[in-house]
Design a protein around this ligand. Structure first.
Ligand code: G3H
Ligand code: 13P
Ligand code: ZN
Length: 317
């Protein structure tokens, strides 16, 4: 059942984070829905502009519609990830999305507010909620490359002003994460002090953590042992830190890169070990099962596992 993102946030706030997983194809969709079934978790399936272009919007949305029928017990929201205004309007008008993200974080503060406000007005008229972003994560966002020097943590006072004037329903904050596989050099932690300051100014308001893949070291090692050439110093978010972030208002956690690593590991190992094989369904089946296992594990860390019954009750009541 597709539900509103705000409904999920109301149940989750302060107690668990809803996993927001990017998908691009049928195998990811099957693994995602299976993993959430295994762990009895509500979730958000999110599509980037790149995913909508890669798979064709009709195809990828059709896959989600089909998954909903295959998994009738699933409770999830459909979300546009890192949208620009044009794509946000397209998704709002389509009627298929629970929520859209307008990412105007690269614009000056006032322009970011203005763009977000425009999207909010159109989205709210249709009962769709809006995620915005303030501050700059490092790494790669669509076509924008942000180097570490220019990555800026979200200013708590600005965050409060931004939410007040833009009317957004949730806010992606920069608290030390970045997109992609190379987030941290050496041991590093999230900026919980900054997160706490933001929560103090925005009590009860859902905050979103982008760039939240954990980039497991053994996954990188297995990929490289099977012919990959990833930087072995690749580090992500310590997934045990989600438990600290959740009471501080983090209600949605975005994960994409880790799913790509599972795909790469499964396929590299498969073809290394069975070089005579060429039926893509063989590694595909392994990938679906491994991705499902990954999702179920991640939902444990987000504390969203086992929440399906209470979410269903909250939706009914
Ligand atoms: O934040 C970016 C997401 O990981 C989406 O990546 O634009 O390559 O689909 P993509
Ligand atoms: P990762 O690159 O850490 O998976 O982040 C994904 C993301 O933030 C999608 O919006
Ligand atoms: Zn992101």
């Amino acid at each position: 059942m597709i539900v509103s993102t705000n409904q999920l946030f109301r149940v989750a706030y302060g107690r668990f984070a809803v996993g927001a997983y990017n998908i691009n194809n049928m195998e990811q969709a099957l693994g995602l829905f299976e993993g959430n079934k295994l762990s009895e978790a509500p979730f958000i399936v999110q599509l980037s502009k790149g995913a909508r272009k890669y798979a064709n919007v009709l195809m990828i949305e059709g896959i989600i519609r089909a998954a909903q029928e295959i998994y009738p017990e699933a409770i999830f929201a459909v979300h546009l990830d890192h949208g620009d205004e044009e794509t946000a309007y397209d998704c709002i008008d389509s009627g298929f999305y629970s929520s859209v993200m307008i990412d105007a974080s690269h614009l000056p503060f006032a322009d970011n507010i203005a763009a977000t406000r425009r999207v909010v007005e159109r989205a709210h008229a249709k009962g769709i909620s809006v995620e915005a972003e303030l501050g700059m994560l490092g790494g790669v966002e669509e076509h924008i490359q942000v180097d570490e020097k220019h990555a800026m943590l979200t200013d708590p006072n600005e965050a409060a002003e931004f939410v007040l004037h833009s009317g957004c329903d949730s806010l992606a904050v920069a608290i030390g994460t970045s997109h992609g596989a190379y987030k941290f050099k050496g041991q590093q932690s999230l900026h919980f002090d900054r997160l706490a300051q933001i929560q103090t100014r925005l009590p009860g308001f859902p905050l979103v953590m982008h760039g939240s893949s954990s980039v497991p070291r053994d996954e990188v090692e297995r990929i490289n042992a099977a012919g990959g050439a990833l930087d072995p110093s690749a580090r992500g978010v310590n997934e045990d830190e989600f438990a600290t972030a959740v009471p501080l208002g983090v209600t949605k956690v975005n994960i994409d890169t880790d799913g790509r690593l599972v795909w790469t590991r499964v396929h590299r190992e498969f073809f290394r070990d069975l070089p005579a094989k060429f039926d893509f369904r063989d590694p595909g089946k392994i990938y679906v099962a491994e991705y499902a296992k990954f999702i179920a594990h991640k939902n444990q860390k987000l504390n969203s596992a086992g929440r399906l019954a209470e979410v269903r009750a909250a939706l009914a009541g």
